[in-house]
Design a protein around this ligand. Structure first.
Ligand code: HEM
Length: 240
């Protein structure tokens, strides 16, 4: 018997259990259709944004699981969720690439349908900002409980649980910066430099955000390791 003819047993809308579990009817009705389009490339533009929101939703959930693990003293489990969160950010970044194929003239038409809508209103990015702030506080609390200064984490072994956790946080931070770098690059390719966004924000204000850090302490800690010792001797911290 072909799999497609098996009767659906799950509750919910849709002809198959796949449709019911994945909620494909609802999902695939979320894009504007040909009768609403101001330009056919709207589908590309909308799907990249919607897919980004889904990955960022997952990212937020993974960061919040990491936060919960930190609260109960499980740095290894937190690290695992942070690594997965980084992977969602990598995927979100990779999919921006296809927008380079969006001709500026087509986007000029699409933009007329966006109202005042702007990436600054992205719920996924809001979630990411809130979740990383929470994690930053939780990590600092964990270090205080262990009476460890951030730079001392990096004086330890790279295999230490706290070291690994710190690096997983740094990776999330770096992935955010890489997304912003790619986003700025793609956005200027489509709309050029010196242009105002839908919120009248100059596009040229975006590069400053690339240097913004969600876990500043861990970047400062790196600097501490390179601070010159007063007597000119090798810093105690530099061990093979
Ligand atoms: C053709 C592609 C795109 C263009 C031309 C573009 C353009 C812009 C511009 C001009 C801004 C500045 C704020 C404004 O006035 O709107 C901005 C911000 C932003 N956009 Fe996009 N964007 C594009 C794709 C995307 C995609 C796919 C996402 C995914 C969610 C996104 C998310 C954001 C976010 C989060 C910001 C806030 C700045 C930040 O946190 O770095 N954008 N974008």
């Amino acid at each position: 018997m072909p799999v497609s003819s098996l009767p659906a047993v799950l509750p919910g809308a849709g002809p198959t259990d796949y449709a019911r579990y994945m909620r494909t009817d609802a999902l695939l009705s979320l894009q504007r259709g040909p009768t609403e389009w101001v330009h056919p490339d709207e589908l590309l533009f909308q799907i990249v944004h919607q897919a980004s929101e889904l990955w960022l939703k997952l990212c937020g959930s993974l960061l919040s699981r990491a936060f919960t693990h930190l609260g109960v003293g499980q740095p290894g489990a937190a690290e695992l969720q942070l690594r997965r969160a980084s992977e969602t950010l990598r995927l979100t970044t990779d999919q921006l690439h296809i927008l380079r194929s969006l001709p500026p003239a087509h986007f000029a038409v699409i933009r007329t349908a966006l109202g005042t809508g702007s990436g600054f209103e992205s719920p996924g990015w809001r979630l990411l900002r809130a979740a990383t702030t929470e994690l930053d506080i939780a990590f600092s609390r964990l270090l205080s409980e262990h009476r460890i200064a951030p730079a001392d984490v990096y004086r330890g072994q790279p295999s230490d649980p706290l070291y690994r956790l710190a690096e997983a946080l740094v990776e999330v931070d770096e992935r955010i910066a890489l997304w912003r770098t790619e986003h700025y690059s793609v956005a200027t390719r489509v709309i050029g430099q010196g242009v105002l966004g839908t919120r009248h924000t100059p596009i040229d204000s975006l590069p400053a955000l690339i240097a913004h850090r969600r876990f500043p302490t861990l970047w400062e800690a790196r600097k501490d390791l390179f601070a010159a010792p007063a007597d000119g001797a090798c810093p105690r911290s530099v061990r093979p």
